[in-house]
Design a protein around this ligand. Structure first.
Ligand SMILES: Cc1ncc(COP(=O)(O)O)c(C=O)c1O
Length: 448
């Protein structure tokens, strides 16, 4: 069917191999989204649902923002593409300046990628390039953390710590990667905000440094709040301790802020929220409000300078870093991201998220009494509701998701945890609606 007379319901679902999906099940009982506006989605049966996870954390500003659509369309009319290698266009520099105004001081050199995974892969490569530029080429090891999620290319899969993502691909993963234990401790059940206990989990990094030689480790990467495995909040003092251990051994600290970046915690970045500065940070998703793929790595100025200085003497036109993507900072993504920056500023959006978060967290924790709920965790405008495991991991999470979808609230489950992350434009009545529908969906699941 030509795109001009495309319908909401395709003739065949067979050919599209869907990502991270139970394809067989989905195709028997599809859930197709046809329209999105503000905080609401409509599916192919005409059912209206509230979007309780900002579309995988992508659209905190709401769906269908005219300012973004118009900026993208204007950009397409003027300059639809230009190659990003040894050429450029003004917008990407303007955007870099604006991003650097919001990142922690000194983390002000901006490398564009295509998505979160490529941002993580790029951060890994920059870490290696930096150490080599300093003459320290023995640092090849990386440290990740169990239950971490950093994306799905080989580098990001390796430093991630979710077993199902790794099992099939074990033979092709990066060598030299160790994992710290996660911080998902039994006493953190139903804890609101940062747990008081668990700071000692950071000593795993020291232990790995002792076992493998801190001088061999290039970088340690963590999500300040682990998002995909159900909102695991760092215990008080944990991130600070990681920073201290990294400094002691000359290890770079990478914060993966693909989820926590751009206001999810109530500050622009979790780094500022928790008062710990990494050396590199990654972002994606909300950078363009999800409408055009884009990833970003923000890098300490000293790292950039070191890599650039190390190539002096090379012939003109030689890249200092042999890395980049055809779609690094392309005009259409930049246009969307600049429009997003305008909205962030005009609507003081991070403040709005911060002000709404206690109301959201109270609502989330009000679900504590539900029968099958075994834990609730949350921070800022993100939260995880963990369901009691039934037979096998993931079964109760998915069944609950389906009951909630029927009740009119959409989100994503990871395993048995429901990932809830409302849009920052939500008013109290929208938060109430999310919580009410979650209550209905979870209760219906319990009765089923
Ligand atoms: C923390 C984190 N890092 C990286 C990624 C990968 O991003 P993408 O799917 O855009 O490649 C994700 C995706 O959810 C993420 O949550």
């Amino acid at each position: 069917m030509s795109s001009s007379n495309r319908t909401n319901i395709p003739n065949s679902l067979n050919e599209h191999w869907m990502p991270f999906t139970d394809n067989k099940n989905f195709k028997k009982n599809p859930r197709l989204i046809t329209d999105a506006k503000g905080v609401y989605l409509t599916n192919h049966e005409g059912k209206k649902m509230i979007d309780a996870s900002s579309g995988l954390f992508c659209n905190p500003l709401g769906h269908g923002r005219r300012e973004i659509t118009e900026a993208v369309s204007k950009q397409l009319d003027k300059l639809d593409y230009c190659q990003p290698f040894n050429q450029g266009f003004g917008g990407s520099f303007e955007l870099a300046t604006r991003i650097a105004k919001k990142t922690p001081e000194g983390i002000n050199r901006i490398f564009y990628t295509i998505c979160g995974s490529t941002a993580v892969e790029t951060a890994i490569k920059i870490a290696i390039a930096y150490h080599r530029a300093k003459g320290d080429s023995k640092r090849f090891r990386f440290v990740g953390r169990e239950r971490g999620y950093h994306g799905m290319n080989i580098g990001a899969t390796t430093v991630g710590g979710m077993i199902n993502n790794v099992k099939t691909f074990a033979s092709v993963l990066m060598p030299g990667v160790q994992h710290m234990r996660h911080t998902h401790l039994p006493e953190h059940k139903f804890v609101k905000g940062q747990p008081e206990t668990g700071v000692e989990m950071a000593e795993d990094l020291e232990r790995i440094a002792m076992n493998f030689g801190g001088e061999n480790i290039a970088a340690c990467i963590v999500e300040p709040i682990a998002g995909s495995t159900g909102t695991l909040i760092p215990p008080k003092g944990y991130l600070k301790r990681l920073r201290e251990i990294c400094d002691k051994h000359g290890i770079l600290l990478i914060f993966d802020e693909v989820i926590t970046g751009w206001g999810r915690t109530g500050s622009a970045f979790a780094s500022q929220e928790f008062g710990v500065k990494p050396d590199l940070m990654t972002m994606a998703k909300a950078t363009t409000n999800g409408v055009v793929p884009m990833g970003v790595v923000a890098v300490k100025e000293e790292i950039y300078d070191t890599v650039l200085d190390s190539s002096s003497g090379a012939p003109d036109g030689t890249p200092e870093l042999f890395h980049g993507y055809t779609y690094s900072g392309i005009p259409v993504a930049v246009a969307a991201a600049l429009a997003v920056q305008d909205i962030f500023d005009k609507e003081d959006i991070f403040k709005r998220a911060k002000e709404m978060s206690p109301y959201f967290q109270d609502g989330l924790h009000s679900l504590k009494d539900l029968k099958e709920v075994v834990s609730i965790r949350g921070y800022g405008m993100m939260g995880g509701i963990e369901m009691k495991m039934k037979d096998k991991p993931g079964k109760s999470g998915f069944q609950t998701f389906k009951h909630c979808y029927d009740a009119g609230v959409n989100f994503k489950n990871t395993g048995d945890t429901l990932i809830i992350a409302p849009q920052f434009i939500c008013e109290k009545k929208h938060i109430d609606e999310i919580i009410e529908k979650l209550r209905t969906g979870i209760s219906n699941y319990s009765k089923s």
